[in-house]
Design a protein around this ligand. Structure first.
Ligand code: GLN
Length: 227
């Protein structure tokens, strides 16, 4: 179908136009993320099973409770496949608990709690929650065009420390609340519940810019196996 001369990006676009982005669907705002992804030009796909994970180009890890999402992904047999995909370079976006799950290090974790990791940062769970359980604030996020966006924080973490590869995209009262490292994006707040899809668009663009080589490689492997 794809001419060998086509650049990888074009191959991905020919495949169906929009990237397929999974939303880890074990807990949290799954429907809201799916809607925001669809409104941002992606195909949103709930991911509960390994086969569903294998078939997406990228993954959103929603908010909820990081301890519960950690336990449920193990119970669903998804933890190791997610780690493997992340290692391979799958783009991922985590909001709130999802940010915690993408962090290499967590403070105030419960006994035995683990993350997927990927972003060289230390997050503190429930950091804002110790002061006030939830709040909203207009904040400017680097890479998000237009006016500041309404950020909803619900028992949110903040980022205490980042490694040299991590770009800080936003702060609230001096605390880091949005970061990017390569194809990994994380926010301490919940953009999926405001109807403002600009953070999802940022992620979809990130996926688009990385989709070529990785997706094409994966699909090529699959078609080679099948032939
Ligand atoms: N406090 C939750 C946790 O530690 C995160 C809250 C949220 O995702 N809204 O996992």
């Amino acid at each position: 179908m794809t001419s060998p001369a086509s650049p990888p990006r074009a191959a991905a676009l020919l495949r169906g136009g929009a990237p397929r982005i999974g939303v880890l669907a074990v807990q949290g705002d799954v429907r809201e993320h799916l809607r925001a992804l669809e409104a941002s030009g992606a195909r949103g796909v709930p991911v509960r099973r390994r086969a569903e994970l294998d078939d997406v180009d990228a993954l959103v890890v929603p908010g909820g409770e990081s301890t519960t999402i950690d336990k449920l992904t193990r119970a669903f047999g998804l933890r190791d496949p997610i780690l493997a995909r992340l290692k391979e370079g799958m783009p991922a976006y985590g909001s709130c608990a999802g940010m915690i799950l993408l962090a290499d290090r967590v403070l105030d974790a419960i006994e035995g709690q683990e993350t997927f990791g990927g972003i060289d940062m230390t997050v503190r769970r429930n950091a804002f929650g110790r002061q006030v359980d939830s709040f909203e604030e207009d904040i400017a996020v680097e890479g998000v065009p237009g006016p500041p966006l309404r950020a909803v924080f619900i028992r949110a973490p903040w980022v205490e420390e980042v490694g040299p590869e991590v770009r800080v995209l936003a702060r609230h009262e001096g605390r880091i609340v949005a970061v990017q490292q390569g194809v990994l994006l994380a926010t301490a707040f919940h953009p999926e519940i405001t109807g403002d899809t600009r953070v999802h668009r940022l992620f979809v663009d990130l996926v688009g810019s990385s989709t070529g080589s990785r997706t094409t490689a994966r699909r090529t492997t699959a078609s080679t196996e099948g032939s």
